[in-house]
Design a protein. Structure first.
Length: 260
């Protein structure tokens, strides 16, 4: 089983058009059935994600071929001359003490830093030599960056609306705080706590005895593997890791011990 409440199980089953309880089905069996349905969906979505990556790669190759033909014919593309306006972001040092004092300000600090780092990555990809852009590795890197920018949007949206759950906000704050200070090993530790948790069974175990206890879910609430919650969460958590990798390459740590 995985560690969610009965109300959440009912909500997810209804969203999938599934019965909320089968005949003689216990709460535990209901959670197992929900998890099996979600795993089957994730498998099909993973296949779709790979296809999506190859589709974007094909579109980028076709676009590059079209640009070459236009250059040979002397055609100037107006869209290439218009550069997108960069957002006006004020990046402040992320203060973990704001978790208790001012969460709204902390949300905006994290939002500004992640959006700025994402824009830095996009600028870096744009400034590469033309030969590197047209290489197979360069094309794949460009698709990866565009995919990351798309996948991280739900997180940025929640930060802007200040609707991120407190325990997830705490982990994201730790990750970005360590990234700013170039402590990437510490950021990696916080990322692992966010993605897979630190419980002996990361997916959550609520039945460790004969009887199920109602307070068991609260005990493990801070140890749940959030990467398993849903596909959207998995994507933006993965995007945060990609931004961390880019930040480490552009701003190397002061000591080798902080290389993740």
């Amino acid at each position: 089983t995985f560690n969610i409440s009965r109300q959440e199980v009912v909500r997810r089953l209804r969203a999938k058009g599934q019965p909320i309880r089968l005949f003689a089905e216990t709460d535990k069996q209901c959670r197992i059935r929900l998890r099996a349905l979600e795993l089957m969906e994730e498998r099909s979505e993973d296949q779709g994600q790979r296809n999506d990556f190859m589709r974007q790669l094909g579109e980028m190759e076709e676009g590059m071929k079209l640009d070459v033909l236009r250059q040979k014919d002397g055609i100037v593309d107006d869209k290439s001359l218009k550069k997108p306006k960069k957002p006006d972001l004020v990046v402040e040092p992320i203060t973990l003490g704001l978790l208790q004092a001012d969460r709204d300000r902390l949300n905006m600090q994290i939002y500004a830093y992640l959006a700025y780092t994402q824009q830095e990555w996009a600028d870096f990809m744009e400034q590469r030599p033309e030969e590197e852009k047209r290489s197979t590795q360069g094309k794949r890197a460009a698709v990866l960056q565009k995919q990351t920018a798309e996948y991280i949007k739900p997180l940025l949206k929640q930060l802007k609306k200040r609707s991120l759950e407190p325990d997830i906000l705490a982990r994201v704050a730790e990750i970005t705080h360590h990234m700013q200070n170039r402590r990437y090993r510490d950021a990696q530790d916080s990322y692992l706590q966010l993605s897979i948790g630190n419980a002996p069974w990361p997916i959550g175990v609520t039945m460790v005895g004969i009887h199920e206890r109602s307070a068991r879910e609260k005990i493990f609430s801070s140890q749940v593997a959030h990467v398993l919650n849903d596909e959207t969460s998995r994507k933006w958590i993965q995007s945060v890791k990609r931004l961390m990798t880019f930040a480490q390459s552009k701003y190397p740590p002061d000591t080798l011990s902080q290389i993740s």
